[in-house]
Design a protein around this ligand. Structure first.
Ligand SMILES: [Zn+2]
Length: 688
């Protein structure tokens, strides 16, 4: 056996030290960013640390540990989830709905242990999914869903992707119990919910119903990469079982202790000694709930002292020492008059409920989407049923289900998808294993009208004056039979003026808007075409990478797939679209009418946006002035001296003192070639 040489050992030792150092720093910055929301460094500095850590780990794979920040998204898609037996059952909570019921709950406790004075801890009840996390030796070991309270599913790989869940605790492992469990609620913020739905709307996909269901679906993805893309968040609300000695004597102490270890706990938690004040706190939240970044459906109230909790114990599956004040559900019952089907721009048929108008959650609701056939079947609602309609906050109204007792004795038809398109009569197509039914007729009038709406929408080419009604009119009256016809409308001015309700001012405004849209950059056009799976982010990535429609059309599927952020399904959809005869002709027709088919640097939207850059020494390719102009034109900021805020230093020949300063401060140095490589990586091309 050969001994490793001393220099190898030394190199290995320094790599090991560097890895430890980087991980500690990254964990610290994750905590500042995800838990405290008070970042200390910019994204590019953070990214640089991650890149370095990845590079060192690549050279020394034996140094990779499961709790390294690089390993948050790891592992292959799972076949299914293993079952986890909860060491202590995850109980459910009793409910109260008003002050009277809360006082009754308090009286029951008083009767039981002959005490009146309790300290209560109150916190908003997040409308998410309960989870259990187990830590051993200061490291995250595994995590599970609540399941039925006794057994949940092992979703460790998915939970690891949530940045506010620490993989390593901020404490000396020797000072911690050998192992313990914490419980929390995983949720999706309202903003993230909107972001995901906007993406889906742009890509012509079905919208998610509400943040809670979306969070649930995201946590149960078999591929952790999908979960990671959803930006879930968590609040830890309880210390569960503890091996060894329990480090705290009350619930509020437990929360403070957990916070000190790096867990995210809800800052709105409050403690009261008086049950009346608890009731007021709860009542106030009914009014204030809409102002929160996440959805809550009540307030959880717990007796603080753990000894008192034990004395009160559990009845059935509910602890006596806690209860949930549930907010009044914004629901109403109304008649489901019919289930109809609408046709979207991709031809997908979407069933929707036609309701007897009903006032719920502050608005009158007469229609609600039913998403797809599977959803209708799951709800088991039938035309003629009385149904429960719900509307919460800014979420679209939804049908919760039928009032079955009112169906008795009536024979109501089970909903079936129509066999032909309700608009054009073409037989409906359906792919085995997919929920969607669609009209395969490319000339289907409603499809085209919806496509015009999409093409002109503010996400796409942003052409004002082509709403739902006008788009339908243009198709119905034969003004438009293909998207390219839109640009021929100025030639049909006289005929347009014959349409009722359209005056000269309106048509001229339409024409001006159309003319203006011709200068929109390529990524807007890519969104506008309505290619399957292509939303804003995908379109921008493609436009940035290829720069022109021609380059994109010339690209092989593999080249499209090689673009950062583009997967095989999307690449194939894009390639198929561009190489379809009819769509290719459409693109040619649009080009002929003068639409822009490329993306310029300015429109590529600052690939150096947010970066503060120092240039030092002399470069081969550019003069100092030129390079500074270039950085600014790409959205970056140029400063004269190196500080902690500097993203990186571009160092040419010479440039001694700034180089030294950068090294002292740990600011990244890039030589000219590295700088050019960075620009190219972000889509800048050398001939610019
Ligand atoms: Zn049709």
């Amino acid at each position: 056996m050969t001994q490793p040489s001393t220099s190898d050992t030394r190199e290995y030792e320094s790599a090991r030290e560097r890895v430890e150092e980087l991980r500690t720093q990254i964990r610290y910055h994750d905590y500042r960013y995800y838990t405290l929301a008070e970042p200390e460094i910019g994204d590019s500095q953070y990214d640089a640390m991650m890149r370095e850590l990845r590079a060192v780990e690549e050279q020394h794979p034996e140094l990779i540990t499961p709790d390294s920040p690089t390993q948050r998204v790891s592992g292959e898609p799972a076949e299914g989830f293993a079952v986890v037996e909860h060491r202590e059952p995850m109980l459910s909570l009793s409910n109260v709905f008003d002050r009277e019921e809360l006082l009754a709950w308090q009286r029951r406790m008083t009767r039981l242990i002959e005490r009146e004075d309790f300290t209560y801890v109150c916190e908003p009840k997040i409308d998410g999914l309960a989870i259990s996390l187990v830590y051993r030796g200061g490291h995250f070991e595994y995590g599970a869903t609540r399941g039925d309270g006794l057994r949940g599913e092992d979703i460790t790989s998915n939970l690891r992707t949530i940045r506010s869940i620490p993989l390593v605790l901020q404490a000396d492992p020797d000072s911690l119990p050998p192992a313990f469990e914490v419980r929390g609620e995983v949720y999706l913020s309202k903003e993230e919910f909107r972001r995901l739905n906007e993406q889906r709307a742009e890509a012509g996909e079905q919208l998610y119903m509400n943040p809670r269901n979306t969070a649930a679906g995201s946590l149960r993805q078999l591929d952790p990469r999908v979960t990671a893309s959803r930006r879930l968040d968590v609040f830890i609300y309880q210390l569960g079982w503890v091996e060894g000695e329990r480090p705290v004597a009350s619930h509020s102490e437990a929360i403070a202790w957990l916070r000190s270890l790096g867990f995210t706990t809800n800052p709105l938690t409050e403690t009261f000694n008086d049950v009346d004040r608890v009731a007021t706190f709860c009542e106030n939240w009914v009014e204030r709930r809409d102002g929160l970044e996440y959805e809550i459906d009540g307030v959880v109230i717990k007796v603080d002292d753990l000894a008192t909790q034990r004395a009160l114990g559990v009845v059935g599956r509910e602890p006596r020492w806690a209860t949930a004040w549930k907010f009044p559900a914004e629901q109403a019952v109304t008649r489901l008059n019919a289930i109809q089907v609408s046709v979207g721009r991709t031809g997908v048929l979407t069933p929707f409920a036609v309701l007897e108008p009903v006032f719920v959650g502050g608005v009158t609701v007469s229609m609600a989407t039913l998403h797809n056939l599977d959803h209708v079947r799951e709800l088991d609602i039938r035309a003629g049923d009385d149904v429960i309609v719900q509307r919460a906050g800014d979420v679209i109204p939804q049908v919760v289900g039928p009032v079955l007792s009112r169906r008795e004795g009536r024979d109501l038809p089970i909903f079936e998808m129509p066999e032909t398109c309700p608009v054009c009569g073409t037989p409906v197509a359906h792919d085995e294993g997919e929920a969607a039914y669609y009209c395969p007729n490319r000339q289907c009038p409603t499809k085209l009208a919806r496509l015009i709406e999409h093409f002109t929408s503010r996400y796409a080419l942003d052409i004002e004056g082509f709403g739902e009604e006008r788009s339908a009119m243009l198709v119905d009256r034969g003004f438009v039979t293909s998207l390219a016809d839109l640009y021929d409308l100025p030639g049909k001015r006289e005929q347009l003026l014959e349409v009722e309700g359209i005056g000269p001012k309106t048509v001229d405004a339409m024409f001006a808007e159309l003319e203006k849209s011709k200068t929109q950059p390529l990524h807007r056009l890519l969104i506008a075409l309505g290619i399957r799976h292509v939303g804003g982010e995908t379109a921008r990535a493609l436009a940035r990478h290829f720069g022109s429609m021609q380059a994109l059309r010339d690209a092989a599927v593999e080249e499209i797939e090689a673009v950062d952020g583009i997967g095989p399904i999307v690449a194939e959809a894009v390639h198929d679209y561009l190489h379809d005869d009819e769509y290719a002709a459409l693109i040619d027709a649009l080009a002929e009418r003068g639409l822009r088919m490329d993306e310029d640097i300015a429109a590529r939207g600052g690939i150096l946006e947010g970066e503060t850059i120092v240039v030092t020494g002399s470069l081969d390719r550019w003069s100092r002035n030129e390079v500074e102009e270039l950085i600014k034109s790409l959205g970056g900021k140029v400063t004269g001296s190196v500080s902690k805020k500097t993203s990186f230093v571009v160092a040419g020949e010479g440039g001694g003192s700034k180089r030294d300063k950068a090294e002292t401060l740990g600011v990244e140095l890039k030589d000219e070639a590295e700088f050019i490589a960075l620009l190219e990586e972000r889509g800048w091309s050398t001939d610019e």
